[in-house]
Each structure stands twice: as C-alpha cells, then as structure tokens.
Design a protein around this ligand. Sequence first.
Ligand code: C2E
Ligand code: MG
Ligand code: MG
Ligand code: MG
Length: 291
Amino acid sequence: RAKQDGRNTYRFFTAEMQAESDRTLLLENALRRALERDQLTLHYQPQICMSSGRVIGAEALLRWWHPDLGCVSPAEFIPVAEASGLILQIGEWVMRTACRQLKAWMLDGIGGMGEITMAVNLSSVQFRHADLPALVSRILEESQLAPALLELELTEGVAMNDPHGAIAVMNDLHDRGIRMSIDDFGTGYSSLSYLKKFRVYKLKIDQQFVRDLSDDPEDRAIVSAIISMAKSLGLQTIAEGVESQGQLDFLREQGCNEVQGYFFAKPMPAEGFSRFVLERDEPTKQFMQSI
Ligand code: C2E
Ligand code: MG
Ligand code: MG
Ligand code: MG
C-alpha cells in the first residue's frame, strides 16, 4: 500500500517506524538501568472522602526522571515495560515501595484520625501472572499491613479480555482480603453482566467524563448513571480528574463517595503528601480537642 503511493512515502513511513522502534529500544534499556539504579520514584495523590472531606487514600503513581531524556511519562514507558516484561519487576517494586510508605506513614501517625488506604495500579501483565496473589500477600506480610489497606487498580479492558480468568484471580485476591477497583471505568467495553461477577470494591469514574461535567449534559447523565448503578450493586465510587468546585458539587449531589484530582492536590512526593494530610487534619484535630 505504501509502495503504491510512491517511493518517498514508503521511505518516510519506514523511517518513522524505525525512529519509533529506536525510541522503544532506548527506553527499554534506560528503564532496565533505572530499575537497577533506583531511579524510579513514586508520587502520591490524595483521595478525599466526600462526606468528611478527609484524606482517606493515596494513589501511587510512577515517576521516572532520566538524566538525558528528562521526565518520561508513565503513559509512554509503561507500555514499553509491558512489552519487554520489565513490568513484572517494576510492578513488584511499586507495590513494595507503596506498602512500605503506607506503613511508615502509619507509624508516624499520618492519617492517624482514620485509616489511609494505598491504591496501586496493576498492569494486565501482572494481573495475568500466576504468582500475583501470593506476591501481594507476601509484600503485605513483609510490611505488616492489613490486606484491606491495599487497593489494586485494574482497567476494565484487562478484566474483560479474559473474564473467566479474571474472576478466578479476583476471587483469590478477595479471599486474601485484598480490594480491587476498576480504573478508568466507562472507557472500556464494559459488560455489565460481568460486573456483578467481578469481586470489585470500587469503580473509578474516568476523568474523561468528569472533565466537562459542568456544561455537558451527556457526561452528567453518564456519571449519574454510573453512580446509581454502583450503588445498586453495592460498589463504592470515586471520581478522578476533579479540577473544579462545579464538578465537585455535581458529584456530591449524585452521591459519589470519593474524589481525586488537581482541585485538591496533584500527585506529590511522600513528604508533600504527609504534609498535605497533616494540614487538612489540623482543623478537625483542634475541633476534637475543644469539645
Ligand atoms: P491512572 O491510574 O488513571 O491515573 C490517573 C492519571 O491522571 C495520573 O496520570 C494522574 O497524575 C492524572 N491526574 C490526577 N488528577 C488529575 C486532574 O485533576 N486532572 C488531570 N488532567 N489529570 C489528573 P499519570 O501519573 O501520568 O499516570 C498515567 C497512567 O499511567 C495512569 O493512569 C496509569 O494507568 C499508569 N500508571 C502510573 N503509575 C503506574 C504504575 O505504578 N503501574 C502501572 N501499571 N501503571 C501506572
Ligand atoms: Mg489509577
Ligand atoms: Mg484512571
Ligand atoms: Mg488512565
């Protein structure tokens, strides 16, 4: 097809493909070294309870800063890590680091007025790996955390790709007390009949529906439907990408349980997160002491 369009098109096309695979190879090698040299870090974004306004969770998000390449987005390097299999090692590192961090916060009394949960994103490659449930249990034991404090975020597509396999893994995780949430909910080809078979605790409403909530009636209808469906199924809801008071007001009206987004805080290093929690808890603490 490209050949028919003429020689130049053909050459241009392959040159572009070449550049892309060069970049992939470059990233793959750099990523392998980054893992060895401990150059990956986690940022944490607060999850806020709608009714109390308190921080009740953190989502761990990978960050990679490379000396020459600069800051590489997870949207670019996660697929490379998945294709090369590196994601298994990276994912294990993420889970262990996030769990240790949560334990450290608990020992420091961060969020001591309630419990903070840790949400970790899971790649399809990790989810399909037979060792996953045992690995998660091992990491939880190592860091002496109650399983219910960890929440694994999985996108719809991953579960729907092999629903029967997914149900088995989810049952195993569920029996170990580990919670699962469906990330980016509404963007995949969700089969609602499977939703009731999945051992899921929470739906994360994708930010694409939240973005224009203030002036798009269709998005309002979709979000409202997701929330009421989740309620009937006994599932929790969290909206991601909340950036404005208007979005927050609508979500509260609809009975969304939790919110996460730049309106409250961007993902930040561990110290920033604990400072954020302490500052937010301060008024409550003063109030409790005054009564
Ligand atoms: P996600 O899990 O759906 O994470 C939400 C993304 O939205 C994050 O982007 C976050 O920084 C961003 N975000 C949060 N609040 C707002 C907001 O108010 N407005 C806007 N515009 N964006 C907001 P990030 O950190 O670049 O991560 C992108 C994706 O990369 C994640 O989507 C997740 O799928 C993947 N990812 C990140 N860390 C990990 C990881 O440790 N493991 C795996 N497997 N995937 C990860
Ligand atoms: Mg997520
Ligand atoms: Mg998401
Ligand atoms: Mg996403």
